[in-house]
Design a binder for this molecule. Structure first.
Ligand code: NOJ
Length: 553
């Protein structure tokens, strides 16, 4: 039983059809089906990624903190998000903004204490909001006691070490290896930056040329699996609801088809089901068709990995994207990839889509797209059957700010990590610190959007996002568990959800028309939208127009 089966290539009756390649139809089967997400609450989630450094600072040090998150929970509740993923808040030398952890079960003092975590989790729970933390399993900081110990002890295999005898005689180092700072001789394998030694989960296969390779069930890899379970147990016992799993595809090295990596995550998933039922693991993988069968409840589309190395995400948001006034993109790359992935994973998990994240170095407001382009994108994000993932500040149209200094190893990713813009007060209401002490400067644009201004304006983007979230929550037809039937995937992208709601979005600046082969269109009722008119069996959609129409049941 397939949850959604797609027939590709049938031409729809639509005006201007010649300009619309790859028209896709889906069955609107109403048969009973497995609940997506393996029965998890995740399928109904509206996820909000919050960059703790930049969200809200209460102690005046210029850096966001847990007390700031606590203070702003009412805002998140008002907005309608019900799941918050926080980037790492753990002790760290901050060479990669906290993705270089030196204590997995501690809290970096700049964010607060373990008591603050409990306070946030409990206050969030009272509002119906779940909290996810990052699980950075693939590497630690080079300042982590595990790594410091391995520097002292040549029999320690918590990390991947090559001894001097195993290294090339000419003094060169194999790719990804870093010379030991001593006293241990040799070199260690790094995962991302040199300050992030890879934790050893073994190799999927041996190679006589690389004698340092250990099997996945060697003592070091086994101890590391146990350590990760202890870390998960620690935070889940404090009330968090799961983890976003960093670089999830990379744990076992040289692993064609991710067979051993999948077994590893599958083992974590079984452990979770037994010890913390209800907790979720979502992956930074970028290929749901691989990661969900490996054990994840959900996976994000990313600028990299998976079919076409990030093509589904990039074709929407970057690189001549579909969401662009020029109208030269296509949604078909995404629609095809998504439908294939969804057919593969069936009811076992969900796909997840961010417009931006802390690595994407873009926002919807990228300095090229104009504000009038945003509503169509949001309408799509909140009506497609993936888990919509909001990156903080996107809901008010914050800008990716050019020309900022590198901070904590951001290396070009700082442009969308700037402080949340709450109001017109000093530092946009983010912090009382002197401006030069802020984590990153506030967007200097005097017309920068703020939460306060947009709350006061019912026509604002923020109110639109809030209404769309409410619509989605109110109508299961708009959620992950309902069918999507795509009528056109050019301009406008037009689809029917749950055989009831017709959604059309036209991110291009040019007016377009579309025929709708459904007699209910003549009497459809608009529940949201702008610039869309019904005429007979079709729609006229203005440039940047968007609408959700209720066709009736
Ligand atoms: C992925 C994280 O999202 C990114 O911010 C980090 O730099 C790398 N993993 C390394 O941990």
């Amino acid at each position: 039983m397939s949850r959604r089966s797609f027939l590709l290539g049938t031409s729809a009756a639509l005006a201007g059809a010649a300009a619309v390649p790859g028209v896709v139809h889906a069955s609107s089967s109403r048969t009973a089906r497995l609940r997506p997400g393996g029965s998890s609450w995740l399928a109904d989630a509206i996820l909000y990624e919050l960059y703790p450094q930049s969200f809200a600072d209460t102690d005046g040090d210029g850096i966001g903190d847990l007390a700031g998150v606590l203070e702003r929970l009412d805002y998140l509740d008002w907005l309608g998000v019900d799941t918050v993923w926080m980037n790492p808040i753990f002790p760290s030398p901050l060479t990669d903004a906290g993705y270089d952890i030196s204590d997995y079960t501690g809290v970096h003092p700049r964010y607060g204490t373990a008591d603050d975590v409990v306070a946030v989790v409990e206050a969030a729970r009272r509002r119906g909001i779940r909290i996810l933390f990052d699980l950075v399993a693939g590497h630690s900081s080079d300042q982590h006691p595990w790594f410091l110990r391995s520097l002292e002890d040549e029999t320690d295999h918590r990390y991947i070490w090559a001894s001097p005898e195993q290294l090339p005689g000419d003094g060169s180092l194999p790719e990804e290896f870093v010379a030991s700072p001593g006293p241990r001789p040799g070199a260690f394998y790094m995962n991302y930056y040199e300050t992030q030694p890879a934790i050893n989960y073994g190799y999927a296969r041996s190679n006589p040329d690389e004698p340092w390779r250990q099997p996945v069930d060697a003592e070091g890899p086994r101890r590391n699996r146990e350590a990760m379970r202890e870390i998960m147990d620690h935070w889940l016992s404090m009330g968090i609801s799961g983890f976003r799993c960093d670089m999830a595809a990379t744990l076992v090295k040289d692993d064609p088809g991710w067979v051993e990596t999948g077994k590893l995550w599958g083992e974590f998933r079984s452990w979770l089901e037994t010890h913390h039922p209800g907790a979720v693991m979502v992956s930074e993988w970028g290929d749901p068709a691989t990661s969900v069968p490996a054990g994840f409840h959900g996976d994000f589309y990313l600028p990299v990995n998976g079919p076409g190395d990030g093509a589904p995400w990039r074709s929407l948001w970057r690189d001549d994207p579909y969401f662009s006034a020029s109208g030269t993109g296509t949604a078909s790359t995404f629609v095809r990839a998504w439908s294939e992935a969804t057919d593969t994973i069936g009811g076992a998990g969900v796909t997840m889509m961010p417009i931006a994240n802390h690595d994407s170095a873009t926002r919807l407001n990228d300095g090229v797209r104009a504000a009038e382009e945003f509503p169509a994108a949001w309408t799509f994000l909140l009506t497609w059957p993936f888990v919509p993932t909001l990156y903080y500040g996107e809901e008010i149209g914050m800008r990716a700010v050019p020309g900022l200094p590198d901070v904590e190893g951001s290396q070009g990713r700082q442009n969308n990590r700037t402080p949340m813009q709450w109001d017109d007060g000093p530092n946009a209401g983010f912090s009382d610190a002197p401006a030069d002490k802020l984590y990153l400067p506030i967007d200097p644009d005097p017309a920068r959007p703020t939460v306060a201004a947009q709350i006061g304006d019912p026509d604002s983007l923020l109110h639109l996002v809030r209404r769309l979230i409410r619509l989605r929550k109110h109508h299961p037809e708009l959620g992950v568990g309902s069918d999507v039937r795509v009528l056109t995937d050019g301009y406008p992208l037009t689809y029917v959800r749950g055989d009831r709601f017709l959604v059309t979005v036209n991110p291009s600046r040019d007016a377009v028309t579309v025929d709708v082969p459904d007699e209910r269109i003549e009497h459809a009722h608009r529940v949201e939208g702008r610039g869309v008119r019904i005429g007979g069996r079709g729609l006229a959609v203005d440039g940047f127009g968007y609408a959700i129409l209720d066709l009736g049941r």
